[in-house]
Every structure is written in structure tokens, then in C-alpha cells.
Write a protein of this length. Structure first.
Length: 42
């Protein structure tokens, strides 16, 4: 994580925001899939 934090200033603001949004979307998709899987198991 430290390496990522140090590398962030190298990229432009737009790329950082886009990367953050992509990570949030991916996390949301994973949580949704896990939630659906748990709901279907019941």
C-alpha cells in the first residue's frame, strides 16, 4: 500500500479518480455477488 500511495502523485488527477471509481465498482460487484450467493443458499 505504501508503494501505491507514493506512486499516486505520479499519475494525473483524472487517472486517480478513474482508478478509485473502478475499484469501488469492482468491490460493489463482488459484495453483490456474495450477497446473492448467500441469499440463494438459504
Amino acid at each position: 500500500m505504501a508503494a501505491v500511495a507514493l506512486a499516486l502523485p505520479v499519475y494525473s488527477h483524472h487517472e486517480v479518480v478513474t482508478g478509485s471509481v473502478i475499484m469501488l465498482v469492482l468491490c460493489g460487484v463482488v459484495l453483490a455477488v456474495l450477497g446473492i450467493a448467500r441469499w440463494r443458499r438459504r
